[in-house]
Ligand binder design. Structure first.
Ligand code: MOS
Length: 766
């Protein structure tokens, strides 16, 4: 980071005597880097944690949403009079209701459609909402609403959407914006210089986030003030969107998002249900809760779009890459979203000649949303399989080929240095702990059970930064309150934040009371997405705790009559280095006793200029393929990740394992299936939409952190982990399957249905 910039932005602590102006990078740590169970583990597993779904207010009504059952239709007429007379019904909301006809901005600056759009562009588009005394009364009443639709032709296939004759999802054609093109050097020259060229088309299927906790909100008015309990990754972004929709000052909208049961990006943008709940609460003068049924979550709360990717790579005989040409087509669904997948291919490896082109099309299906490393797992499926094929053709080891081409700089604007890039360490250490060379050397012939190993690498293209503000208060009895606006989306945010305070102040992790994710009572933070919560907010937490420590040191210096530079702070006791007689417990500081509390405010400093920061990673897997059935068993998975310093080794491991499990879903089991006859999703439930279970995931998971602090980037030395942990997984599986049986599987899901067919074709050819 820019060490010249003032650390204390608020000027409340003009200098920090004795310890230098900045907290130095941690050297030896006592708590940071250890395994600490989540501070809210008891609440989560005992059922005492109050999730938005658990919020139950006096006089609360329950809402239900009527959705278009067609892939594409115009609403000609809505008749709600029968529904209004149903038992328990207190209000019915449509686009014709007062105040409900409005444009829809799910995130700041992103406009799409209207709160109720009479042109329903996908199965699941909202048509009407009912509020009733009980949830079942609300759902019953939906069936009494009579809607006259004009059913329209639809398009649900990305390539078909490009045809001039395709039904138009929006006026002006089905291409979303302009195709995004990136060029450096000259690819034609690059391929002319190549000794070996590989080219192939890869496809990933559309995947649904499928968090366990459905999406929903509770809304309550008190006068002209609105309180919302929301399933969200960022309370401040919900506040912004709701205030805009309701025409309220931001200060009148309080959003609380304390516990959340998984989002993976699907809870980054506000849902229409939140605004419906607010509108109906206003209409009825009663609190309104709306939670989506599971099927609605599958249809209407986002997805990872499928991509079709053609990648061509050229290399010299020694493995040096000479050119990459990458083309991607993806679908945004019914409303605009950029379904790009090329970024990984553009920057992971050194390559002087590059061309990428991303095209996104509208189709008549649910809108995509960011999903855990948007675009990157798809890009890895293509790029990292192409690198594997290149290694085969060159007769090179796939790990060695990657090591040879590691990017020394971020290849844009003539090359920007990374604050850190430990991809080589990820590959080397990962390979060593996995036993890569021994596994590769094994005899793979004979029998119908064939084992193989695969590797894939990644970076993740986001790292976070300011703004973030955190307040730490230390009371006269030595207990501590930590106040931060960030959401804990299940990843352990509260726990590492408490660990940082504990590390700085020597208090017990569980003695820290934490206020978080409430727009009315906690400090502003950006949403928990992009794997940026740790690198964005942890330096602010550390700065706040440090500001407390500095004030306590000064009080001690005064009381002990020694110079502050002679003091050291340890376990809530401040002592002189030169005179061991001179020491004072924090709770015995006279000034603290009079003052009652010490307040430390911490800010996240700007990122360093002229440098970029990304997390890196490499994953290794071993598979066993049954060549009679096409079944693939995952035997082992190893994730070696460079995410800077490890704060909590327990939740670090969990992120890596969770990312791998999710990548197994993309690679092997998950697929949104749209019926070509009707355009409707046929597997909008947990029975037919197969997220990986214990029987699908690897038998053994290993996490190998490359625990090297990135002290250039921020004062905790951290980078993100949640998203990189899922990027290389699917590609590593496909590469392992190819190693086992010599079949390159270009399309997800790599399941027995597909693999048995490919094996049969292979045997026919032989
Ligand atoms: Mo993530 S897709 O930024 O929650």
């Amino acid at each position: 980071m820019d060490q010249e910039s003032p650390y204390w932005i608020d000027g409340s602590v003009p200098e920090t005597p004795g310890t230098g102006e900045y907290p130095d990078p941690w050297k030896k740590t006592e708590i940071i880097g250890t395994r600490v169970p989540r501070v809210d583990a008891y609440e989560r597993v005992s059922g005492t944690a109050v999730y938005p779904h658990d919020v139950s207010l006096p006089e609360m009504l329950h809402g239900a949403i009527l959705r278009c059952p067609h892939a594409h239709a115009t609403v000609l007429k809505i008749e709600t009079s029968k529904a209004e007379k149903m038992p328990g019904v207190r209000a019915v909301l449509t686009g014709n209701s007062p105040g409900a006809d409005m444009p829809w901005y799910p995130r700041r600056g992103t406009f799409y459609g209207r709160l109720f759009d009479t042109n329903c562009r996908y199965e699941g588009e909202e048509v009407a909402v009912v509020a009733a005394e009980t949830p079942l009364q609300a759902f019953d009443a939906l069936r009494a609403i009579e809607v006259e639709y004009e059913v329209l032709p639809f398009v649900i296939d990305d390539e078909a959407a490009l045809e001039p004759s395709a039904p138009a999802v929006h006026e002006g054609g089905n291409v979303v914006g302009e195709p995004r093109v990136r060029e450096r050097g000259d690819v034609e020259t690059g391929f002319a210089e190549a000794d070996v060229v590989v080219e192939r088309t890869y496809r990933t299927k559309c995947e649904i986030h499928a968090p366990m906790e459905p999406h929903g909100s509770v809304a309550r008015w008190e006068g002209n003030k609105l309180t919302i309990w929301d399933t969200t990754q960022g309370v401040f972004s919900v506040q912004e969107a709701v205030a805009r929709a309701m025409g309220l000052p931001l200060a009148n909208v309080r959003v609380i998002g304390h516990y959340m049961g998984g989002g993976f990006g699907s809870k980054l943008e506000v849902g229409k249900y939140t605004v419906y709940a607010a509108l109906m609460a206003k209409m009825t003068g009663r609190p309104v809760k709306i939670f989506l049924p599971r099927e609605d979550c599958f249809l209407a709360t986002g997805n990872r779009p499928g991509n079709t990717m053609t990648v061509k790579i050229g290399a010299k005989n020694d493995g040096t890459l000479t050119a990459i040409d990458y083309r991607s087509l993806g679908s945004s669904g019914a409303y605009a979203y950029g379904a790009d997948s090329s970024t990984l291919a553009a920057y992971l490896y050194t390559c002087p000649n590059l061309r990428t082109e991303d095209t996104t099309v509208y189709i008549n299906a649910g809108k995509a949303r960011p999903m855990r490393a948007p675009g990157f797992p798809q890009g890895a499926w293509a790029l990292e399989q192409a690198m594997d094929e290149l290694a085969q053709k060159l007769g090179a080891d796939p790990v060695e080929l990657r090591l040879k081409n590691i990017a020394g700089v971020f290849q844009t604007d003539g090359g920007i240095p990374f604050t850190s890039n430990q991809l080589a360490e990820c590959l080397r250490k990962g390979a060593m702990e996995f036993g890569w060379s021994e596994m590769r050397a094994r005899d793979k012939t004979g029998g119908h059970l064939r084992r193989g190993v695969g590797v894939a690498a990644c970076f993740w293209g986001y790292a976070g930064g300011p703004p973030s503000t955190v307040i730490v208060k230390l009371y006269s009895d030595g207990s501590v309150n930590l106040n931060m606006g960030a959401s804990d989306i299940g990843t352990g945010t509260k726990t590492w934040a408490a660990m940082i305070v504990a590390e700085e102040l020597g208090v017990a992790v569980n003695a820290i009371q934490i206020e978080y994710a409430d727009t009315a009572t906690t400090q502003y933070a950006t949403s928990s997405g992009g794997s940026k919560t740790v690198p964005s907010d942890s330096p602010a937490v550390r700065a706040a705790a440090y500001a407390v420590k500095v004030q306590l040191m000064r009080m001690a210096a005064e009381q002990l009559k020694v110079d502050v530079s002679d003091l050291e702070f340890r376990d809530l006791t401040i002592s002189s280095r030169s005179d061991e007689e001179k020491k004072v417990a924090v709770t015995a500081l006279e000034k603290l006793d009079r003052q009652g509390v010490v307040i430390g405010t911490g800010y996240r400093d700007p990122n360093p200029e002229d440098m970029v920061t990304f997390p890196f990673g490499a994953q290794f897997c071993e598979v066993e393929v049954n060549t009679r059935t096409g079944e693939v068993r995952l035997l082992r998975f190893l994730g070696a990740h460079d995410s800077g310093r490890v704060l909590n080794r327990l939740t670090y491991d969990n992120q890596v394992f969770g990312g791998i499990v999710m990548g197994v879903g993309l690679g092997m089991t998950e697929e949104r299936v749209l019926d070509p006859q009707t355009g409707k999703m046929v597997n909008a439930n947990f029975h037919d939409y197969m997220i990986p279970t214990m029987k699908d995931v690897a038998i053994e998971h290993t996490c190998v952190p490359i625990d090297i602090p990135d002290n250039e980037f921020n004062t905790t030395g951290t980078k993100g982990l949640g998203e990189p942990a899922t990027i290389p997984t699917a590609a590593a599986i496909a590469n392992a399957v190819c190693d086992a049986i010599g079949i390159r599987v270009t399309d997800t899901p790599l399941n027995p249905i597909q693999l048995a067919r490919l094996i049969a074709e292979q045997q026919k050819e032989a």
